[in-house]
Design a protein around this ligand. Structure first.
Ligand SMILES: [Zn+2]
Length: 314
């Protein structure tokens, strides 16, 4: 592990202790040798001294010729002794877990638990409202205001019974929040997006385990006259039978997403559909049915989406 004592030109294990006049050896627990840097330094001074002139306490020394003398000098220095005692004290405190760091850790843990509890409730509200197809926002984004929408109204209501949200709103009201309070429209939209991604992942996983599916596209302009396509998949799901419940077979249609369409020709729509399926991880060779509205771009015998998909998968 240690380089050979080459005529006192490198570090030697004997430096880890010193001999006292009666011949006994006293250990130097503070001394460290780095093989990579080929340098010796003092652990205590390096860790706990901000102002150390000696290289032993900072970058480490390679002065092997004078090492024995420098070590003896270093351990007598007042700076080193202070650092050594502080290190000892720290060691005892760590064993008793009464450090300042420990108190910080406790504070961080309780703060993280606080936020987990707050977010759990806010996400549950968003999930309930979206499941019920209810709008989240009203004309006002302020708590306790009339017409502040379903999301804030439920928060208002829960505060009457729930200690976690009570504390949260107290912090918001007294402006103890240094960052976000997670009640605004941005976080609501982000939560909806995260939940939607999860739902979509589940639908795609079910589809893949079933393998065969039909695809249904319907095209219609939205309020801003942008052509929108709804992408729907239809497949059979089978649940595993349990002791008292037989296997259940259901046919389900699942909405995947709205797609903005610029090119409404059969070729343009086919490309968009193929790209979407590929992005979602659904393969076109497993399609077993197609459903479209009456547009020529969709059902057209020669150049519609239906014909183009059939060419890929007869
Ligand atoms: Zn030292």
């Amino acid at each position: 592990m240690f380089p050979k004592d080459n005529e006192n030109r490198s570090f030697h294990p004997t430096h880890y202790w010193r001999e006292i006049p009666n011949g006994d050896r006293v250990e130097r627990p503070w001394l460290m040798y780095s093989k990579i840097q080929n340098a010796a330094d003092c652990f205590c001074c390096k860790l706990l001294q901000s102002n150390v002139p000696a290289t032993l306490g900072s970058t480490g020394t390679k002065d092997w010729k004078n090492l024995a003398r420098n070590l003896a000098c270093h351990e007598k220095a007042a700076n080193h002794q202070r650092a050594f005692h502080r290190r000892k004290e720290l060691e005892i405190r760590l064993r008793l877990t009464t450090t300042i760091d420990d108190q910080h850790q406790e504070k961080i843990a309780s703060e993280s638990l606080y936020w987990k509890n707050v977010l759990k409730r806010l996400i549950a509200i968003v999930r309930m409202l979206t499941t019920q197809n209810l709008a989240l926002r009203g004309t006002s984004d302020q708590l306790y205001m009339p017409n502040n929408g379903n999301f804030l109204k439920i928060v208002d209501l829960m505060v009457e019974f729930d200690a976690v949200l009570q504390e949260h709103l107290r912090r918001v009201a007294t402006q103890e929040m240094y960052t976000h309070h997670y009640l605004g429209k941005t976080i609501q939209n982000e939560t909806i997006q995260l939940l939607a991604t999860k739902v979509k992942q589940k639908i795609v996983a079910d589809l893949k385990s079933t393998r065969y599916y039909s695809v249904i596209l319907d095209c219609t302009p939205d309020i801003s006259h942008t052509e929108q396509v709804t992408l729907i998949v239809r497949f059979v799901t089978t649940t595993e039978p349990s002791e008292n419940v037989p296997a259940m077979v259901t046919v389900g249609e699942h909405f995947l997403e709205f797609i903005d369409i610029d090119d409404t020709t059969g070729a343009g729509m086919t490309n968009v559909l193929l790209k979407k399926l590929e992005d979602t991880g659904i393969v076109i060779v497993d399609t077993r049915g197609q459903g479209y509205d009456n547009g020529a771009n969709m059902r057209g015998k020669n150049r519609g989406v239906q014909t183009r998909i059939r060419e890929l998968n007869p």
